[in-house]
Design a protein around this ligand. Sequence first.
Ligand code: BGC
Length: 886
Amino acid sequence: MVRNPVIVVSLKSHHPASLLGLPGETPLLSWRIASSKSELTQIAAELQAASDDRFEVIVDSKLVSGSVQVEVPAPGGNLQSREVRFYRVRIQTASGWSEFSEALRYEAGLLDPNDFKGIAIGDDSNHSAPATLLRKEFHVGSAKVAKARLYMTGHGVYESTINGVAVAEEFLNPGWTPYGHRLNVATFDVSKLVRSGPNVIGVTIADGWYRGKLGFMSEHAFYGDKTSVLLQLEITFEDGSQALVVSDESFKTSQGEVRFGDIYDGSTIDYNFAKQGWDKPGFEDGDWETARVREIEKSTLSQRIAEPIVKVGEFPMALTKQSDRVLLDAGQNISGWVRLVVDGKKGQTVTIRHAEVLESGQKLHTKALRSAKATDQYILAVDGRQTLEPRFTFHGFQFADVVSDAEVVSGVGVAISSGTRQRSTFSSSDERLNRLYKNVVWSQRDNFVGLPTDCPQRDERLGWTGDAQAFANTANTLVDAESFWRSWLIDLELEQDEAGDVSAVVPDILRTSPDEDWITQGRAGWADAATIVPYSIYESFGSKQILTQQLNSMRRWTDALDNRRAGGKYLPTQFQFGDWCDPDAPEDQPWLSKVSADFVANAFFANTAAITAKVERIVGSPEQSDRYKKLADELKSNIWADMGSEAMSTTAGCSITLEFEICPESEREKVAKKLASMVRSDQGMITTGFLGTPLILHALSKGGFFEEAYLMLMRREIRSWLYQVDMGATTIWERWDAIRADGSIHSGEMATDNDAQEDPSMISFNHYAYGAVVDWICRNVAGISPSFESPGYQRTIVAPRPAEGFKFAEADIDTPYGELGIHWQISQNGDLVTNLEIPFGVSATLEMPTSEKSEVFVNGSLFSNGESLSFGTYVVVTTNPRLVRY
Ligand code: BGC
């Protein structure tokens, strides 16, 4: 028998394969195909759902015609609580049917709040108290355990063990969501931890976001002053019998060695308080108290759908002994903590502080942390060598110092992040550009800790929507962020107020009343995350689901803006964050950007209306689409007529005008020329803030001004991306001059009259917003872009724009269809030689940088630029390429 040349190499659902306890709605299936014959295409697919992995009991099956490979609703429809289904797919091509794929296992969680039979439990402590311990011993008979699941959530942050073994290597569960609306339930596979005889389930709860310090107003217990957990352990035995352990008053509570655990301030562990063996059977808990009944509203329970926070790297730290302390350097700015090994004696204290950079004299620069103490402390209980690690906290740091009578033996920087998989790589012949890319990768990891944050170090770490929208395209290029965003966007919608305004931070802890001077809801460029982020996810991953999920949120936000005009032409003049951190704004008033706040507000409104119109067209109603399109067009022509000339006086104004298509087609050239001339006269110096910077290089290059775009990208003097690299940055800074050429550190002073804030300064060395440039680098230096019309790279634009001086660049990206790779180099005779790897299902349109004398050859044959290539490996030679001279 001749083997079919096609195989389905993988099958996944729209939720992470690593998660159990998923929602019950019909999973959306996507698959990847490999073929030894490049001319084949999928003409149909057969999907099967079964209740066993051998597909003996088929629940349902379905046939889909055509080439669709992404987000196909699975047969069998919705799942019930705890239900496990297996899915597989085979595809038909001109060579017949392929074999079925390997099975995908999908397990639903406890979907009905009434499935939780227990109650929330905790103790009587208030914020800043030692972490709460909860334990319960239970007996399991001699039947063999077939499967055991622990369903769990909490107010606070929790860790749990069974018989002393951690149920998962995850941190800071249940993460941070608007707890009053939505609380994530995790499902852990504990089948291997439960055994016959006595067992113990042990839980530790600390303050976390729920009850710890939160935000820059020195607030505590924002969500409540009592921490608690709700859990349910379900054991199924091989003989079919079942056992259930639920949180209730049969749990005992006490406190142990974690005397303090706060996200901003750090953790204090006094090992003399450790209760040896408390989480194992046989421990005498007679003097422990009975757990207190607490309130967790069961209607807020929601199956988690995003990857948990996990360890993503380890950095052995260099040690320097100073007269009174030991300095440690991880060589990389990370989010996490130090795992310290010391040689000490019982009773000795070890204090470790953290900072991102050093001041002169090798001192930690802690001013940037504002009120966050970022200090871990240990009190030793034994003599000798021991490993110390904090709990229930994380710090944004590269350096740490240790003060102790104990000897510091070694330190390792442990980096944590949401477990979103890396999706791309980039490298080029320019080492500084490579370092910039790496710095952005790290800023992304460090700031995707449960939610997209502004920074990981100071008393902030909030889900600022402006930063998120600025960085969304880049984030989607770097990591498989679909599930991460999907989860956060649910919260964004939950936090929209009655008017439909989107908050400046999600979860929203900064809500202001509308009559205050400083309004946080519905601010231009921040609230627009509601439209810009889903748009970006759709383009990058091809997910219509995200558009359907967010359509109502988008409508509400667009309508809220429209209503705010109260029949007028424009939005009323109000506080706006504007082109935040415009380097020409007064340093202490970063909202006073050069570009007019009214222009920014109305232009973002028009852009949001235009996006909503496009999304309506794809997943909503054509009538609504027409309505929003009309609104967008009307706004644009008014803005251009009334504010166009003022907007053209700033680089941010021009960039927004071009990228949001505010001006008519006939005026684009004029605006682009004006922008290019300003960039040239500034010698490529950056003159834009958080809103303008992600747009400016695109605005230049789409107008054909690659020279000016490269001039900015490759500039090394201050106010540039590479200046930071030259200054030794390992992540992206919040301000271009965070460290001046003379080594002095920006004071970050802010003019605010807010008494609640001890130190209102603002300086961070790990803010990803300006890292948005990676999106441009991937599209133009490497030369691969997705397209909105055929999203998820189904149609990829291959358009490298090499600049003189570059010998090569390469990138690959894990598209929903498979790995897409590009490597180009300038050959000895000056040809541009591009190797392409295009996955099955993708069509790549070549837009090679040709000059008048160029010819393009694909695998040796003449090819017309602008045509497309399908699945396969290619060598594309462009003779006499047009190189960018900047
Ligand atoms: C944050 C920013 C944010 C801004 C808006 C700052 O404190 O760090 O990244 O977008 O405030 O006001």
